[in-house]
Design a binder for this molecule. Structure first.
Ligand SMILES: [Fe+2]
Length: 412
C-alpha cells in the first residue's frame, strides 16, 4: 500500500464509480450534494465493511479516490470477478486433494524453516531480512487459493517447539484467506499475509524459559509477554523494507475493541481494519491449535465463542472471518436437504469445513423426535445444507437458550 511516510502525501486523484469502490481506498471527495451521501466527512480511509455498504446503498454515483493515501484503483481486479471466481471454485477431486495435501505439507515445512531463520536473527538482535519472505508468502497464498482448508488443517498441528513459527504461518494463511474473501486486491492481500507472518516476531525478545514455561506465568512474566508487540515493532522498524501494514499489525494485534487490550489500550475506532483482522486470525489459530497437553477447541466451537466475546473483536470482521472459512459456528440454525431444521453441533471428523448437526424440527410436525445427529458430507445422496435460517422467523425468540437446550439433550 502506498503512503506511510507520515507527514506529507502528494494526492493522486482518481474518479471511481460507486460499485468499484473497495475497502482500503482513501476517499478524497464524494460527488453530488452532501445530502445524498451518507458521511459527514468527505475525506477518510474506507476501512470498515459498514462504510462500504453505506456507499453502495447511497445515491452517490462517483467518488474521488486518493491513490496516494490508500488502495490504488487502477491496480485492482474487479471485485465481482474475484467473488464469482471464489463462489465458482470447484471442490478438488480426491486425487487433487491428495496432491494438494503433499504440496501444502511441503509449503508449511519450507515456511517454518524460513520463519525460524528470520526469528533467529531477531533473537540475536540482527535486523531481519523480510524481503526473503516474499516468495514464502506467495507460496502460502497459492495454497490458500487452491483450497484453504488443506493448508489450515495441517498448520493446526504444532509441537511446543515449533508453535510460534507455525502459528505465524497459520496467521499468514488466515489473513490471506480473509483478505481475499473481503474483496481486497491481491497486492494488499500479500501485504497482510506478510504482516501475519511477522506479527509475533517480538516473541523472540521473550526468554525461552517464559515462552515455553509449562506452568502458569506470574505477573512479572506476563508483563514480559505483553511487551512482545512493542518489541516486535522495534525489531521491524529497525529492518529495511517492512511495510506499514506489518508494523501496524505487529504492534496492535493484541488490542481489543473496548480498549482493554495491550500494549496501548487503544479503542476500536483507533484500530485499523488490518489490526482488527489480525486479532481475530491470531486468537482463532491459538485456540484451535492442537498442541501436546492442550485440547484445542473445534473450529465451529471457537467461532461460536468468539462471536460471543463482547468488546474483544470487531463483530463485522468476525462475520467476514466466518464467511471466509466457510465454517458454521456451533448453534447456527440450518435447513438440511430433507427440509427439516437442524442445529450445528460441531464439525465433521474428516473435513472441518463440513458441519455435524442435530435435526430437531420438521416444519409440518414441529419438534421432531427422536433427535437425529447427522454429518454433512460431499457425497452424492449424503446430508447437505440448504441454507442458514433466521431463528426469529421460525418462532424461536430466545435462540441462544433453545439451542443450548437442544445441544445438551441426549440423542436417541
Ligand atoms: Fe502476539
Amino acid at each position: 500500500m502506498s503512503g506511510g511516510n507520515g507527514a506529507f502525501f502528494e494526492a493522486m486523484l482518481v474518479r471511481v464509480a460507486k460499485q468499484d469502490v473497495r475497502l482500503g481506498m482513501y476517499v478524497h471527495a464524494i460527488e453530488g450534494s452532501w445530502m445524498d451521501h451518507p458521511f459527514w466527512r468527505s475525506r477518510f480511509l474506507l476501512s470498515e465493511q459498514s462504510q462500504l455498504e453505506r456507499v453502495f446503498a447511497s445515491k452517490v454515483e462517483y467518488l474521488v479516490i486518493d491513490a496516494a493515501r490508500g488502495l490504488d484503483p487502477s491496480q485492482l481486479a474487479p471485485v465481482l470477478d474475484e467473488r464469482t471466481a471464489k463462489s465458482e471454485r470447484q471442490p478438488l477431486s480426491a486425487r487433487e486433494r491428495i496432491t494438494e495435501l503433499r504440496r501444502a505439507a511441503s509449503t508449511i515445512k519450507r515456511s517454518k524453516v524460513a520463519v525460524m531463520g528470520l526469528f533467529e536473527d531477531a533473537r540475536l538482535g540482527k535486523a531481519v531480512q523480510t524481503a526473503s519472505m516474499g516468495p514464502i508468502v506467495e507460496e502460502i497464498s497459492q495454497s490458500v487459493s487452491r483450497d484453504p482448508s488443506i493448508i489450515l488443517n495441517i498448520a493446526k498441528l504444532k509441537t511446543k517447539d515449533e508453535y510460534t513459527y507455525l502459528h505465524s504461518v497459520a496467521v499468514c494463511a488466515l489473513m490471506i484467506n480473509l483478505g481475499r474473501s473481503m474483496g481486497l486486491d491481491e497486492g494488499l492481500t500479500q501485504e497482510i499475509g506478510m504482516a501475519g507472518l511477522l506479527h509475533d516476531v517480538g516473541k523472540m525478545a521473550i526468554p525461552e524459559t517464559i515462552l515455553k514455561k509449562p506452568a502458569r506465568l506470574d505477573e512479572l512474566e506476563m508483563e514480559t509477554v505483553r511487551n512482545h508487540p512493542q518489541r516486535g515493532y522495534e525489531i521491524l522498524s529497525a529492518s529495511a523494507g517492512v511495510n506499514e501494514t506489518a508494523l501496524d499489525v505487529c504492534l496492535h494485534h493484541h488490542e481489543k475493541m473496548d480498549g482493554t487490550g495491550y500494549p496501548q489500550r487503544l479503542p476500536g475506532k483507533a484500530l485499523s481494519l488490518f489490526a482488527r483482522m489480525s486479532s481475530v486470525c491470531d486468537v482463532y489459530d491459538a485456540v484451535t491449535s492442537q498442541r501436546p497437553y492442550n485440547t484445542p477447541w473445534s473450529a465451529s466451537h471457537a467461532l461460536q465463542l468468539m462471536q460471543g466475546w463482547e468488546g474483544h473483536f470487531d463483530p463485522e470482521v468476525v462475520d467476514a472471518f466466518i464467511e471466509s472459512l466457510g465454517i458454521l459456528p456451533v448453534g447456527t440454525l440450518i435447513r438440511v436437504n430433507d427440509d427439516r431444521l437442524a442445529i450445528v453441533t460441531g464439525e465433521s471428523s474428516s473435513d472441518f469445513t463440513l458441519p455435524r448437526a442435530r435435526i430437531f424440527y420438521s416444519p409440518d410436525r414441529m419438534y421432531d423426535e427422536p433427535l437425529l445427529d447427522i454429518e454433512v458430507s460431499r457425497n452424492k445422496g449424503g446430508w447437505s445444507v440448504l441454507g442458514i435460517e433466521d431463528p426469529a422467523k421460525w418462532g424461536f425468540p430466545d435462540w441462544k437458550r433453545t439451542s443450548r437446550a437442544i445441544i445438551t439433550r441426549k440423542s436417541n
